[in-house]
Write a protein that binds this ligand. Structure first.
Ligand code: PRX
Length: 657
């Protein structure tokens, strides 16, 4: 880690905001940023309460800001009454009913749109369908949908009636759906017959059917199915209901259900350092405030912008910057069903040109893969509509940053590298593009009202230039409230005793340079980041050992040019090791498919190595640092005197499959 810190601290390029951009920005110049920071420092709770009153539409405005009487179970705006869907739809109906809210581009290029008025009616009709099926405030609804207008409608409709949604990324397996249904005690699933990605049709309802056949899912009363592909699906008439039939004849208006500021808006499962995903629970008002303020501060959103966040609604980015933030700001946004490389590596740039996208937000892994397969593609398109670029999900290497800046942004567009997490709800450390000069590879400075710091293991802030643990010292409105059904795990994971429970521990290592800029170094726990997606080592290990052939498994990551990190699995079999390369390859492929079935295709290990054992200390602990070295192809120079079985290293060092 220290080597990486060294190298990035030698990054001296500085990109101040252009004069024209800064002049028009919502927050213009460093003095304006400093003033906001100072205001928040002077009165943290008061600052956020002012923001909440000014930027959200309330049924009853809150008088209480932060309530920290039961730390770390913080509350914000608890005496306010509000509805998220009202803030995203109704409040734009009088001012801009005919403005486009959503521009949906399907995998095959077909475009459909919805104005604010149309979206409002679609959400209301579907909210009425939810009510007609008995869904009430506080009920959990699982959403397993392709990127579509209907995915946004289903989330908004849940918010409208006060139901708590839990979106499961449509690439996750039946087993993952099952686990989440049971943990959340969901009453309903909203899904589609299938989806299209990269020209392929992928069934979705089939996975839901499989999940519900796994047992212990009596909580599910109804499955609503949106017809996307038109292909045949199995049908349980007592349980399944077509979307179009569910809304048929229902009124297109539906009064919002007003809920308290702290009412849970959604649960989103994410990987942690144990085998069981964590149900991150978000609030209503504080969450929405985070989305709305970051849309203004970081994306500098303006009425005539066309905003495009490429994230799927299955991830938090697709919650805050697809389903909620842009709509709460009354923006026009693009939503996209496809993938960046279909039909070719020019797809993103074509979509930008076609819909005149002005703000584009994507992941470093997508940028790296497009540099690799189509570096000249952006130049073939008219990208003069772009004015701001963003990245999220993982550190961006300076080379990729420079390409994004020069080739995509044509040197004109500021880049906002946004550090945040499922748990933080909204951007935490990111440049305000009209104020903060950027440095390639740094997410720069914390947002106003966000008290980020880097501390050592005792919780003491480290000197500038030294690395440590990234923490947030004061609670903030959009933070997670707890882990669904597991408050103890919430406390242990995020407010550990190590720091006397005072600070939110992000789980990332970071460094601050002499200008105070933050540089994220990656996770400090057993969580990996593959293509911007969070995967727990333990989760993949549990999936592997569930295979009848596997006795033991250890999973680590190694650096990868495109995906940032790649998953490497070390496996001990119950039977002898494969005798030939062909056998080993076949077994590795079978285990990859197994992991895809257990978790989802994104979790498939890239490399497999088979050994008679794993490197362990005499007390039986797996020596992961050795496995990391082997995964990277390094010569092992580390101290192996505590290793119980040194001979195993040679075996594991053989070819990977
Ligand atoms: O390690 C950090 C990395 O992604 C983790 C959060 O993952 P997730 O909850 O899935 O949310 C991803 C989208 C917000 C963080 O702990 N990460 C996220 N953004 C950045 C980042 N690492 C470096 N730079 C970023 N901009």
């Amino acid at each position: 880690m220290s080597q990486t810190i060294e190298s990035i601290l030698h990054e001296t390029r500085l990109f101040p905001p252009g004069a024209e951009f800064a002049a028009k920005a919502r927050v213009s110049g460093m003095a304006a940023y400093d003033a906001l920071v100072a205001r928040a420092q002077a009165d943290h709770s008061g600052f956020w309460t002012d923001m909440a009153r000014e930027n959200l539409s309330w049924r009853v405005a809150p008088t209480i800001g932060l309530n920290d009487s039961n730390a770390p179970f913080f509350k914000w705006f608890e005496d306010g009454k509000i509805n998220v869907s009202y803030n995203c739809l109704d409040r734009h109906l009088t001012t801009q009913p005919d403005k486009l809210a959503l521009i949906f581009e399907a995998d095959d290029g077909t475009v459909t749109t919805a104005t604010y008025r149309q979206l409002y009616h679609r959400v209301c009709a579907f909210a009425n369908a939810l009510k007609a099926q008995g869904i009430e405030a506080g009920d959990r609804v699982l959403i397993y949908m392709p990127m579509s207008i209907e995915a946004v409608v289903s989330m908004q409709a849940c918010a409208r009636v006060g139901a708590i949604h839990s979106v499961v990324f449509a690439g996750f397996s039946a087993k993952s759906i099952h686990e989440r249904v049971v943990d959340a005690g969901a009453r309903m699933i909203i899904t589609a017959d299938g989806q299209y990605r990269g020209g392929r049709e992928i069934p979705l309802k089939k996975a839901v059917d499989e999940a519900l056949a796994m047992g212990s899912c009596d909580c599910i009363e109804k499955v609503i199915v949106y017809r996307r592909t038109g292909n045949e699906v199995a049908w349980d008439p007592a349980r399944d209901l077509w979307w179009h039939e569910a809304v048929a004849g229902l009124p297109q208006d539906c009064p919002p259900t007003w809920v308290g500021g702290e009412h849970p808006l959604f649960i989103l499962y994410t990987s942690g350092s144990t085998g069981k995903p964590k149900g991150v629970q978000h609030s209503t008002a504080g969450y929405l405030l985070g989305a709305v303020m970051s849309m203004q501060w970081v994306f500098d959103i303006k009425p005539d912008d066309v905003f495009w966040c490429t994230a799927d609604v299955g991830w938090v980015t697709g919650h805050s910057y697809v389903a909620y933030g842009p709509l709460a700001m009354g923006a026009t946004e693009v939503i996209f069903e496809g993938i960046p490389t279909f039909p070719d590596a020019g797809r993103f740039w074509r979509v930008i040109e076609k819909h005149r996208v002005s703000i584009f937000y994507t992941a470093p892994t997508a940028i790296r893969s497009l540099i690799k397969i189509g570096p000249d593609e952006p130049a073939k398109h008219d990208l003069s509509c772009l004015r701001l670029l963003g990245t999220v999900g993982e550190p961006i290497n300076p080379e990729a940053w420079m390409w994004y800046h020069n080739v995509v942004g044509q040197g004109r567009c500021p880049i906002v590298d946004t550090w945040w997490q499922t748990e933080t709800g909204a951007h935490m450390i990111a440049p305000l593009p009209g104020a903060i000069p950027t440095k390639p590879g740094s997410c720069t400075l914390p947002l106003p009202g966000i008290d980020a710091a880097i501390v050592d293991e005792t919780g003491t802030e480290v000197e500038r230039g030294k690395g440590g643990f990234l923490v947030i010292r004061k609670p903030w409105p959009s933070m997670l409230r707890t882990l669904w059904g597991d408050p103890d795990r919430f406390k242990r994971s995020y407010y550990p005793d190590d720091f006397q429970g005072r600070y939110y521990l992000a789980g990332d290592g970071a460094n601050r340079d002499l200008d105070g800029y933050f540089w994220i170094m990656g996770r400090i726990d057993d969580v990996m980041n593959v293509a911007g997606h969070r995967l727990g080592s333990t989760e993949i290990e549990s999936a592997l050992v569930a295979n009848p052939l596997v006795a033991e498994a250890a999973v680590v990551s190694r650096p990868d040019d495109v995906t940032g990190e790649a998953v490497c699995a070390f496996v001990v079999l119950k039977c002898p090791r494969p005798a030939s390369h062909a056998d080993a390859k076949k077994l590795a492929d079978d285990l990859r498919e197994w992991v895809a079935k257990e978790i989802g295709a994104i979790a498939k290990p890239k490399d497999f190595r088979f050994g008679d054992n794993l490197p362990k200390t005499r007390s039986g602990k797996i020596m992961r640092r050795l496995l990391r070295s082997i995964a990277k192809g390094e010569v092992i120079t580390q101290d192996i005197t505590t290793l119980e079985n040194p001979a195993i290293l040679e075996q594991l060092n053989e070819a990977a499959y």
